[in-house]
Design a protein around this ligand. Structure first.
Ligand code: SAM
Ligand code: SF4
Length: 321
């Protein structure tokens, strides 16, 4: 079991398989990054799997594949199957923009994928074009339909932004509700890679808009999730992630691995340790040592709530959010 210095059990690993993406979401990577990590620096699926086996042996029970856009990486289904075959009861999930889900959802499900989180910021094609800087909505919605049809559980992430999709808070909620998918609104997190003129919305604004149509109760945090849960009178549940607060840190159970092998103990810290060389050499013991050191040094709280907290340098497309 992996237990950090503050007594928290870490059993959730998020694995970014690529930093590249077929979208250019304004809040994430509006311009082509100055330099992509060269392909030869990325870990192969075999190398990532070598570390994943170590992590599972040490007690990891949930793995989320993310990116960039994870579906850009060829043979992702084979990678999922490697993990599933090693530990069939692993909670295997993925976060995706859904653009490439149509035609692949069944293969991913058959490989052992159980759940997906999909980013849907708008239901208007022209707004989707403005946010992603590509005409994406049709493919995204078709991808979601197919995922539901093949029996994947689907959650939706929405980043509300003033003057962009602030008029669609309830529309996207209704779209999710009709399809039995829960929605989580993620407060926009400032970072140096995002467009400068984005204005995010805070949870009190979102709750006031939702309150115009629904009565809801505050359910508090969902287990170890950073999402603050709410329940409408009719039983529908939605969540809000408020990253600038740190009250979810006390239950944090996660670490992150980037596609080139950096192991990150906290999304809001710039520190990381690399397992790159260890897995390239096939040195399982060294990979396990780095994992334990990262757990030992996992910070108690995120740094963004500190008074001198600054916009993070780390890109979301690198860490996988
Ligand atoms: N490409 C996939 C997707 O968009 O779902 C997976 C990677 S993306 C980096 C993971 C999540 O991070 C998405 O839900 C996205 O909305 C969120 N995200 C990216 N940049 C963000 C920001 N600046 N503030 C809040 N959420 C952000
Ligand atoms: Fe790509 Fe996801 Fe970032 Fe959008 S949020 S640019 S889809 S990685």
């Amino acid at each position: 079991m992996l237990v950090d210095s503050y007594g928290r059990t870490v059993d959730y690993l998020r694995v970014s398989v690529t930093e590249r993406c077929n979208f250019r979401c304004q809040y994430c990577m509006p311009e082509k990054p100055f330099s992509w990590v060269p392909k030869e620096n990325l870990l192969s699926f075999e190398e990532l799997f070598l570390f994943i086996k170590v992590a599972i042996d040490e007690g990891v029970k949930k793995i989320r594949i993310t990116g960039g856009e994870p579906l850009l990486r060829e043979d992702l289904d084979k990678f999922l199957k490697m993990i599933y075959d090693y530990k069939p009861d692993i909670d295997l999930a993925m976060t995706t923009n859904a653009f490439l889900l149509k035609g692949t959802a069944q293969r991913l499900k058959d490989a052992g994928l159980k759940r997906i989180n999909v980013s849907i910021d708008t239901l208007k094609p022209e707004v989707a074009l403005a946010i992603a800087q590509k005409d994406v909505l049709k493919n995204v919605l078709e991808g979601v339909n197919e995922a539901l049809k093949v029996g994947l559980k689907v959650k939706v992430n929405m980043v509300p932004m003033k003057g962009m999709n602030d008029g669609e808070i309830l529309d996207v909620l209704e779209y999710c509700k009709e399809r039995n998918m829960s929605i989580r609104y993620i407060e926009y997190m400032e970072n140096v890679h995002a467009s400068v003129d984005i204005k995010g919305m805070k949870s009190d604004e979102l709750l006031s808009i939702i309150g115009e149509r629904y009565k809801f109760t505050d359910e508090g945090f969902e287990a170890t999730s950073p999402s603050h849960g709410y329940k409408c009178e009719d039983g529908y549940k939605f969540g809000i992630i408020e990253p600038y607060k740190d009250d979810f840190c006390a239950k944090c159970n996660r670490i992150r691995l980037t596609a080139e092998g950096n192991l990150i103990p906290c999304l809001y810290f710039d520190e990381a340790m690399s397992i790159h060389d260890a897995v390239k050499r096939g040195d399982i013991q060294e990979a396990a040592n780095v994992l334990k050191e990262v757990i030992r040094t996992k910070p108690e709280k995120n740094r963004w709530s500190e008074e001198d907290g600054e916009a993070s340098n780390r890109a979301f497309y690198e860490t996988g959010g």
